[in-house]
Design a protein around this ligand. Structure first.
Ligand SMILES: C[S@@+](CC[C@H](N)C(=O)[O-])C[C@H]1O[C@@H](n2cnc3c(N)ncnc32)[C@H](O)[C@@H]1O
Length: 303
């Protein structure tokens, strides 16, 4: 079948399956199958797909028609101009999260050799974007999910930032040393990672895009997120604060006096999060809206 006919029939099929932006999705998946860019699709619209190409296109269209995000099919998502590999073990990096990176970069101006940690690093997008922008920073990235950490480490290696970022499995900021997630408080060294637990302190920045959706709000989350993205990356207990609350407490302990906590928050969480920031422990509390005016980032300075 000719490329242009395959594309036209894919658009119809995705549209019928209620996939948003069917043309864009049909093109992205065809580019993925052919290993080509968009210009190729238009310059070679008469190209005859080989039987293998046609079969592969059919396969990925069938996956997309189930609602699976195209990023989990192609295995890639761009964030901060960098290419990240993704799998269903990690949240797909969102463009909104770039606001958090911008806020941290602004606050980090003039800070000499900033030490920072990204809590709930997922694909590693925040930690790696910051390491990329701040060549003298000392960067740590932690996640409770071992599978997510594997993806984050792979991204660090692909972006040649693996010597700059140290990854560690943690429950919020408490290191985990085995599969049962128990912490060995007497040990100060994680041999598999070569990281001293005592290094997780004296930070200039604790940064996080934590899970923040309440279980009761599950119906407000897009179906594809509910079905395909990791539950632990999205949901955080009955009020959505099961990670944010300990993060504020542990983040305070891990920061230097004058260090900054910077968090991405859900669209209706501003007051709840600001109320968790005790005025005796934090000052200079800032709420930064996104381009639509929705409160997106909360930053606060440790007193
Ligand atoms: C919203 S995702 C953010 C991923 C990535 N930072 C991003 O912005 O795309 C939240 C991440 O927090 C991790 N997470 C959930 N509970 C955690 C916990 N108790 N301690 C550490 N990480 C946790 C999840 O595995 C997930 O990778």
């Amino acid at each position: 079948m000719q490329l242009k006919l395959a594309l036209a029939s894919a658009v119809e099929r995705l549209d019928a399956a209620d996939v948003g932006s069917p043309r864009m999705n049909a093109e992205v998946l065809l580019m993925f199958v052919l290993g080509a860019d968009r210009a190729y699709l238009y310059a070679h619209s008469e190209h005859e797909l080989t039987p293998q190409e046609a079969a592969r296109y059919e396969e990925v269209l069938a996956q997309r028609a189930t609602g699976m995000p195209s990023q989990y099919i192609t295995g890639h998502q761009e964030f901060w101009g960098l290419d990240f590999v993704v799998s269903p073990a990690v949240l797909i990096p969102r463009p909104e999260t770039e606001h958090l990176v911008e806020v941290v970069l602004e606050l980090a101006r003039g800070v000499h050799r900033p030490k920072l940690v990204d809590v709930g690093t997922g694909s590693g997008c925040i930690a790696l974007a910051l390491a990329h922008e701040l060549p003298d920073a000392e960067v740590y990235a932690v996640d409770l999910s071992d599978e997510a950490l594997e993806i984050a480490r792979a991204n660090a290696a692909r972006l040649q930032l693996d010597k700059r970022v140290r990854f560690l499995q943690c429950d919020v900021l408490k290191p985990v040393v085995d599969k049962t997630h128990s912490v060995i408080p007497s040990e100060d060294f994680s041999p598999s990672r070569g990281t001293c637990f005592s290094e997780l302190r004296d930070f200039d920045f604790v940064v996080s895009n934590p899970p923040y959706v309440a279980f009761s709000e599950a119906d407000k989350v897009q179906k594809s997120v509910q079905q395909f993205e990791p539950r632990m990356a999205v949901f955080a207990g009955s009020h959505g604060t099961d990670v944010i609350a300990p993060l504020i407490e542990q983040g305070h302990g891990a920061l230097k006096p004058g260090g900054w906590l910077a968090l991405e928050i859900g669209y209706s969480m501003r007051d709840e999060v600001v109320n968790l920031l005790s005025p005796t422990m934090w000052d200079d509390i800032r709420v930064v809206p996104d381009l639509q005016g929705i409160p997106r980032v909360v930053a606060a300075r440790k007193q």
